[in-house]
Design a protein around this ligand. Sequence first.
Ligand code: NAP
Length: 244
Amino acid sequence: MQLNFSGLRALVTGAGKGIGRDTAKALHGSGARVVAVSRTHADLVSLSTECPGMEIVCVDLGDWEATERALSNVGPVDLLVNNAAVALSQPFLEVTKEAFDRSINVNLRSVLQVSQIVVRGMLARGVPGSIVNVSSMVSQVIFPNLATYSSTKGAITMLTKAMALELGPHKIRVNSVNPTVVLTAMSRQLSDSPEVAEKLKERHPLRKFAEVEDVVNSILFLLSDSSAATTGSGIFVDAGYLAS
Ligand code: NAP
């Protein structure tokens, strides 16, 4: 997708790997100045080598105080992609306090915190903005052992709507993308079980999962003025799963 983000500054969380990494690269390639935020320093170093000029911030977004220290002086941001998340799979009766707290802090609380930091800057500058929260189709449909992860993604739906409601009058749009399976590090378990993956693909009307590029394209569309009248909503990149 050919979009032009020249003159704009974008912040992408979870930019070290997978969807976040390709989103940061696509934004960089479309002219935006990009701040890549992630947890593993080596990932960020290799990303900034691939994309000269990209700024990197290494922080554990599950740590509120560390995030505040790392991002409070991040500077002007026009486009925000809240992408970082963990998928900790446990049967409902075996969900631990640690896994639940970690998931809430990384997948949900950091979206609130990073958005607050960025939006305060937008309001101070009096500029419009666009925010995309990377959710999942499991915000709407449940799979075994994903009670915790799905709960965080379901909550993102309402956080997205709440942000859209309160920030709309300031010309700040907030949407989500909700992918089905994308074969990244997060879904390694599925890549390691081709038979299970094939069966699951067959349950999608398009008989496939989403590619990273499919998700990145939807994120870029929602960040851009091409979706200027869309807020509090989002795009299901689910190969038709929820229609079946
Ligand atoms: P991924 O390959 O595991 O990449 C996630 C990135 O987020 C990594 O760079 C990771 O860094 C970073 N991250 C995780 N926890 C962090 C933390 N506490 N602080 C800072 N950075 C952190 O995952 P992905 O598949 O690209 O997923 C991206 C988004 O898509 C997530 O929101 C996920 O829920 C959503 N999604 C994924 C799928 C799928 O099937 N893959 C489907 C639907 C939705 P480290 O590796 O260094 O921890």
